[in-house]
Design a protein around this ligand. Sequence first.
Ligand code: ADP
Length: 454
Amino acid sequence: PDMSDQNAVASASASAPSPPPPPPPLPPLLPPVLADDRVSVSVEACLKPSSTARIDDVRSAIERMLEKRSLSYIDGPIPVPLDDPFLTENVERIRICDTDEWVQNHEILLFWQVKPVVHVFQLSEEGPCEDVSGDGQLPSFNEWMLPAKEFDGMWESLIYESGLKQRLLRYAASALLFTEKGIDPFLVSWNRIILLHGPPGTGKTSLCKALAQKLSIRFNSRYPQSQLVEVNAHSLFSKWFSESGKLVAKLFQKIQEMVEEENNLVFVLIDEVESLAAARKAALSGSEPSDSIRVVNALLTQMDKLKSSPNVIILTTSNITTAIDIAFVDRADIKAYVGPPTLQARYEILRSCLQELVKKGILSNFQDSDHLVVPNFASTKEKLNMPEMQETRTKFHLCKQLLEAAEACEGMSGRSLRKLPFLTHAALSNPYNCDPSRFLCKMVDTARGELSEL
Ligand code: ADP
């Protein structure tokens, strides 16, 4: 065979135009989810104290800014755009909220999957307004305008594993929506009483306040004004029961006045409700004047009366972990047990403490910035379990130490955990120029010492 011919054929076929390759699949022009399937994500924007801008204008400006943002959504701050003079003048910070659950299940939330719901608010700097007409020592109640500066950041600082915060938020949001839509309570029954119970120091009171703050922000277009009235049930039982009766009457008269203004959203926080049950029991057994039973009953009657007002949410806490024997409990719609922090929560609490100490310069940072990057619990666990990470383990020394510290703190309440870094610092022989690693070693010792004293 004539090889040159064959070559000619081969080269001819090589140079012949080959059939065009199939076109690559087009990237979807439209997001592959319907508009209705988008996940609602709250975006909160805090106005500067000096701002006098209209909330609606700021909201529209932020919505426009978000439209231009082709990024993924994850909980945390996003920068106020410097090229927008209106926003830089008026807005202090912007934060994406509530994506955690989604991100944990689906890993990522892209901009086209999101329907941002923008909430603009300004913090009240008024501080609490105390009523000290009780027994002359303990104030019988505190009143706050919400959202208050004092509760700023509280919600984010409380760490629970089981989706507790989201559950409470959704519950309260549904209750307010049902009310707003005028759902007939004879057909569908619900009320607006929440009871958080569990051991002391697990963050129940803080969670109630933080929830009120969150709701005041989330519902500010329906309720432009929000207040929180904090009542310590224990302090209602003064030595003079006749006084207590007057106190309850006075307190509820005040609350009633607030509630009558229909643009007001009112939160009533009753702490340590178990003291009501205790007072009643003591009265029945004859060890306390029967006046106290009247006070408890008056309180319950007043609460029932309040229930009919659509713009009130009653938040209560109890340190009794077993079943609470009190008529009141039946009235609560949501009863959530708030337990001591799990390993993951302890890790995250301590991680946030460590980051704060580095940020404020108490601990030196070898990472050369004011922000200490310590991976979160999930990625620490994952990395420590991977065999290929064994050699580079030193890199994860800090998270390993943090994990050990969290393990050493088993049995501590959230309150004790948040105090631990302070106690550790006070126990350091050389508190200046301490690095996070040395600090964590000391923290384990301090934790053991604290636990042995429990
Ligand atoms: P309780 O009402 O259950 O006694 P508090 O609300 O008084 O508890 O909690 C006291 C402090 O402890 C809170 O302000 C918070 O700093 C801290 N704390 C408690 N539990 C937690 C938690 N799960 N996550 C973060 N901090 C917590």
